[in-house]
Design a protein. Structure first.
Length: 465
């Protein structure tokens, strides 16, 4: 069943957002209103957008230059229009094939010396439900990932997964407890994570013994809390060489009866100092260079151990006596949305998945002369070459989306230039499992706190006894 909710004009006011935020803190406000309320058209239909520019809420009569082009691609037309009464209508034309058109706006305000040029953009879709992936589906895809997971489990058994755990008092509240974990996911890699739990559920973890002792202690101490069972939620991170920021931001999961593990993927201790982090992170060459590392060989690509680590994190969560034995959820945005969908596909223990604007989706789509997914390899030299495209097929979200069987709740916006709507629709179109969507056309690469909290409420509805 598909349930699509459209959030339009009201999102322009009072939104608490994350990065790439619109509306931003500015004296000027753009308002763009397509002549179809849902911002969607059939191929061949003409799209028109009413454009307004306000300063302190007052309409501005200024000249606006614009370019129009396919999602993430060079412009195919351009022009100028004079706002009268602060408004004008721009004819965007149409598309003959499924996809998105992007109207890119620019206004120069004379006399405004601080920031005289203001930009905005708006994307509208044409039959996006018909979008299909460029990325091919390898014949040995399933055996490749099964072998990778089995190899990691042989290298590090379930009993040896946990290397260290400690209670972080600064992150504990009257209702919740927080633990810092280090998990040894295969012979060469570890990850860190913050485990948030309802108060008192895992008091026996505080002693931080060795991994083998830890598992015994969990079964013999604190009987009262062990008898209470909880669903588990894995939250993989967005892209970047970074540690876990604001671990208390999502404590409402623990307050609502979830055991939640927020993980990082690089083995970087989130408790290290800023100076230590700068020293370590500099070894990664540049912020997201790891996404290019080893693409010539599917067995040596950096993201192989990351995908496996997500399954190993579930191995840990499902080893907890406090787990209810049934409910296993994954939830994340951007790269974390991709990793959530990936984990749901290769680990059948997952019973529901939430993904915001997934990255790593149809990454080779640029070879089909249209938008491809983050990290946008078209902008890098010698990346979209045959041997690397072949490797990407084993790591692209589209091939995992085909294999998902659990319910999925997916969110994306149309104005997103990080994870463009073209690739989000492609992923959505491939999911044959029960699915629901929250489409927020005005959003760029962010979700509101209300949206994030609503996803937790959706997961509560998925709980099975």
């Amino acid at each position: 069943m598909m349930r699509t909710i459209l959030l339009l004009g009201l999102l322009l006011l009072g939104i608490s957002t994350q990065a790439e935020n619109y509306p931003y803190r500015s004296d000027y406000l753009w308002l763009t209103v397509p002549n179809h309320a849902n911002w969607l058209y059939k191929t061949g239909e003409n799209a028109k957008v009413e454009v307004s520019l306000y300063r302190y809420g007052v309409p501005q009569d200024v000249e606006v230059t614009y370019e129009i082009g396919p999602d993430m691609m060079p412009p195919t037309s351009s022009g100028k229009v004079m706002l009268k009464g602060g408004r004008a209508v721009i004819d965007m034309g149409t598309m003959k094939t499924p996809g998105f058109l992007d109207l890119r706006l620019r206004a120069t305000v004379e006399g405004d010396l601080q920031s005289p040029t203001y930009k905005h953009h708006v994307k509208v879709g044409f039959s996006p439900e018909q979008l299909k992936p460029f990325t091919k589906n390898p014949a040995d895809f399933d055996t490749f990932w099964q072998a990778a997971i089995e190899a990691a489990r042989k290298e590090v058994s379930a009993e040896k997964l946990e290397v260290r755990s400690e209670r972080i008092d600064d992150y504990c509240t009257d209702e919740t407890d927080m633990y810092l974990l280090k998990l040894h996911t295969d012979q060469h890699h570890s990850i860190y994570g913050y485990l948030s739990v309802p108060k008192g559920v895992m008091q026996n973890m505080d002693a931080s013994p060795t991994a083998g002792q830890e598992i015994v202690n969990r079964k013999s101490v604190n009987r009262k809390s062990v008898n209470r069972k909880y669903p588990v939620v894995l939250c993989p991170p967005g892209a970047g060489v970074k540690t876990i920021k604001e671990p208390m931001r999502n404590l409402y999961y623990a307050r609502n009866g979830f055991i939640r593990l927020e993980m990082e993927i690089h083995g970087l201790n989130p408790e290290m100092t800023t100076e230590q982090f700068k020293e370590v992170s500099s070894a990664f060459d540049h912020e997201n260079g790891y996404l290019c590392n080893g693409l010539d060989d599917r067995d040596n690509y950096y993201m192989k151990h990351v995908y496996v680590a997500c399954v190993r994190a579930l191995d840990y969560l499902c080893s907890l006596p406090q787990w209810d034995g049934t409910n296993v959820f994954v939830q994340g945005g951007s790269q974390g949305g991709a990793l959530s969908l990936i984990t749901a596909a290769i680990d059948r223990r997952v019973t529901a998945c939430v993904a915001n604007h997934p990255a790593l989706s149809d990454m080779a789509g640029y070879l089909d002369n249209r938008a491809g997914g983050y990290p946008h390899f078209n902008k890098m030299n010698n990346m979209l070459v045959p041997e690397k495209v072949k490797t990407l097929a084993y790591y692209d979200v589209v091939n995992f989306a085909r294999r998902i069987t659990c319910p999925v709740y997916m969110t994306w916006g149309y104005n997103d230039n990080v994870c463009p709507p073209t690739t989000s629709y492609i992923v959505w179109n491939l999911i044959s499992a029960p699915k629901e969507s929250l489409i927020t056309p005005v959003n760029e690469h962010w979700t509101s706190e209300d949206t994030n909290h609503g996803q937790m409420l959706w997961l509560k509805k998925q709980l099975s006894e």
